[in-house]
Structure formats: structure tokens, C-alpha cells
Design a protein around this ligand. Structure first.
Ligand SMILES: Nc1ncnc2c1ncn2[C@@H]1O[C@H](COP(=O)(O)OP(=O)(O)O)[C@@H](O)[C@H]1O
Ligand SMILES: [Mg+2]
Length: 270
């Protein structure tokens, strides 16, 4: 093992997982997209979820974020069982996600996209906005400042007033991450954040993910770029045809015959 590798620098995981999945399944008609899937994610770590195309990774994200209802199994967050029913509820609880296909409001500015994300943590609703109460104005100001700080954090402060749709692909991905951070999540789930990025953008993304871990975030990362995953993840889970076929340290997973077989097979069913 390379002692300089960032994945090895973190301290030992604490015993209680931040997020736990127990035997979760999802069928689409006769197709078993996720089958009896279990995993545990510990606070302050980066957990990787990998597997060939069609393995069930995005379906799993849709289950944990309340977009799909599981056919069986349970989720625990901070030790309590919860049923992810509506995406807004899941976000309020402290879990945020991004999407494999970017979902930004492309005709709003970068700053406005983040301000929308912030609103789930603020008190004043529609009435405050209509009547422009003093406390509403104060809150609006604080949301704006916080949103600027988040743009700065992900490295795109200079594009605050650009339309999101005009940003480069890599910057749109960073904007999505900033918007997810606006809900102040404890767990941030990213669905292929490096997809479509060039080598420089990937390197900057890697630095951002490591910075977020240093700052105390817990990250669940679905990613196709195996090099990126192996370079930063503390723990990796491998799915194939909806089943967990391997899990453990990046080193263990890389050497697993089942994983090598799945990826070679994956070339055929990709
Ligand atoms: N809404 C859906 N309806 C029917 N089948 C689906 C749906 N979503 C995903 N699937 C199927 O479930 C399997 C897993 O897909 P997905 O979770 O997108 O895989 P991955 O993200 O690992 O590439 C695939 O066979 C896919 O075609
Ligand atoms: Mg996917």
C-alpha cells in the first residue's frame, strides 16, 4: 500500500455508520435492478459504489433519495430507520444527491441555482416572499451571501451571474455539487460526477472531493473512472446485476477475481 495515498490518510472509521442499507431490493417487472443490497457508510469517509453499466447504481440512488419505493429492505440514517418517501424530506434529513444527467435550471444564473437549493433550510416561505417582510429580506440576504460562499468553495465564484447553461460541462458539475451542499447535507451522494470531464477537470474534482472530506462531509460516490475511485475512496462496494459482489478497501476490490470478471463481462453488456 502506498502510504502517501490520500485514501489511507483518514483515521479509522467510527463504529456507528452514518448511513446503513439493509437488504434493499427493487424490481422493474421481471428485472431485478437491485437485489438484497446492504452497505454501511461511516462518518467522514468517501465510499465508492462501482459496477458495470446497468448494475443498479443509479436505481440505488433513486431508492435512497425517495424517487423510487423499494420492494424490500430498510435504510438507517444516524442510527434511525427511515423510509425515503419524498426527495425534499430526504434532503431535510441531511442527505443530498446529484444526478448522472445534469439537472440545473439552465436559464437561471449560477448563483440563483444555489439560492434555490438553500431554501429547504430556511424559515420564510411564500408569504414572506410576497409581502417582502423585513425578516424575509434579511433571510434573502443571508441566502445570497451563503450561496456566493458555496460558489467560491467549489471554485466557480467568478461565474455567479452567468446563466448555468452557459457554463462549461465541468463547471456545471461543480455547480450541481454546490447546490447539493446548499442543503447542508451530512451525506452527499454523487452520481458519476466526473462523467464527460477532461483530465484537468477530473483532477480538480478529485481535489474538491478530498477537501470536502477534510471539511467533515461524508460522501457516497458512484463513478465510472476506476482510477479516481481507487485513488480517493476509503471503502468500495461493487455491484453487478443488482448484487453486491465485493466490498472493502480499494486494494482488496481491485484484486478481487469476481470484480475483474464482472468488468470483463461488463465490456459485453455495456
Ligand atoms: N425506471 C426504470 N424502469 C425499468 N427499468 C429500469 C428503470 N431504471 C433502471 N432500470 C433498469 O435497471 C437496471 C439498472 O439500471 P441503473 O440503475 O441505471 O444502472 P447503473 O446506474 O448501474 O448503470 C438496468 O437494467 C436498467 O435498464
Ligand atoms: Mg447510472
Amino acid at each position: 500500500m502506498n502510504p502517501a495515498s490520500p485514501a489511507q490518510k483518514t483515521s479509522q472509521p467510527q463504529r456507528t455508520p452514518l448511513f446503513e442499507v439493509r437488504k434493499v431490493s427493487k424490481h422493474f417487472g421481471g428485472l431485478i435492478a437491485v437485489h438484497n443490497m446492504s452497505l454501511s457508510i461511516y462518518p467522514g469517509t468517501i465510499a465508492g459504489l462501482i459496477g458495470p453499466n446497468g448494475a443498479g447504481k443509479t436505481t440505488f440512488f433513486n431508492l435512497m433519495s425517495g424517487l423510487y419505493t423499494p420492494d424490500g429492505g430498510e435504510f438507517l440514517f444516524k442510527g434511525d430507520v427511515f423510509s425515503p418517501k419524498a426527495p425534499e424530506e430526504v434532503a431535510k434529513m441531511g442527505i443530498a444527491r446529484t444526478f448522472q444527467n445534469i439537472r440545473l435550471f439552465s436559464s437561471m444564473t449560477a448563483l440563483e441555482n444555489i439560492m434555490v437549493g438553500c431554501h429547504c433550510r430556511y424559515r420564510h416561505g411564500v408569504l414572506g416572499a410576497i409581502f417582502k417582510t423585513r425578516s424575509h429580506r434579511q433571510e434573502e440576504h443571508s441566502i445570497r451571501e451563503k450561496s456566493r460562499a458555496l460558489l467560491d468553495y467549489v471554485g466557480i465564484a467568478r461565474y455567479a451571474d452567468e446563466l448555468a447553461g452557459h457554463l462549461s460541462y465541468g463547471d456545471q458539475r461543480r455547480l450541481e455539487i454546490a447546490r447539493a451542499l446548499a442543503t447542508q447535507p451530512d451525506l452527499l451522494a454523487l452520481d458519476e460526477p466526473a462523467a464527460g470531464m477532461n483530465a484537468t477537470e477530473k483532477l480538480r474534482l478529485k481535489e474538491l472531493l478530498l477537501q470536502m472530506r477534510t471539511d467533515g462531509k461524508t460522501i457516497l460516490l458512484i463513478e465510472h473512472d476506476v482510477k479516481l475511485v481507487m485513488g480517493i475512496c476509503d471503502h468500495v462496494t461493487v455491484l453487478d446485476y443488482g448484487k453486491v459482489i465485493e466490498e472493502g478497501s480499494p486494494k482488496k476490490v481491485q484484486q478481487s477475481p469476481a470484480v475483474i470478471e464482472a468488468y470483463l463481462g461488463g465490456l459485453h453488456h455495456a
